[in-house]
Design a protein around this ligand. Structure first.
Ligand code: HEC
Length: 115
């Protein structure tokens, strides 16, 4: 009896931690903000307008179901696509003052990757 109970608990914990990423709603994406005033200001004035709206075709900020495959392309490719443009993603992402370091940090934030 006791073992069964622990088994059920373990199964629940494992299920919760192994659960596949779920798509975010637009509201959940819109609620996210990068840490730091500098980055947050850049984000609010550029990336945010598309990357929190599904109909823009942009991957929603923080949505692993949309970002993980992109993140796998590697930071150099993603930086290059942000700077040079990529399909409907406009060159520079409508940020006139973003540096390469800013883009890299913004991409990391939107992809929800810490390291
Ligand atoms: C005018 C709308 C718009 C704005 C503003 C915008 N993006 Fe995008 N972004 C897109 C769209 C649309 C895509 C999806 C392109 C595709 O995969 O076809 C995209 C995709 C991306 C990708 C993934 C590229 C890849 O190789 O998969 C990165 C990285 C990116 N955007 C970074 C940014 C950053 C950083 C900002 C702000 C500085 C920004 N975007 C602002 C529309 C926008």
């Amino acid at each position: 009896m006791r073992i069964e109970r622990y088994g059920a608990l373990l199964a629940t914990v494992l299920l919760a931690s192994c659960q596949a990423a779920q798509p975010l709603t637009e509201a959940q994406a819109a609620a996210r903000r990068p840490a730091g005033a500098h980055l947050a200001a850049l984000y609010d004035a550029s990336c945010r307008s598309c990357h929190t709206r599904r109909d823009s075709g942009a991957p929603l900020s923080g949505d692993h179901t949309q970002w993980d495959a992109r993140w796998a392309k590697g930071p150099d490719t993603l930086l290059q696509h942000a700077v040079a443009g990529y399909n409907a993603m406009p060159a520079g992402g409508q940020c006139a003052t973003c540096t390469a370091a800013d883009y890299t940090a913004l991409i990391r934030f939107m992809a929800d990757q810490r390291q």
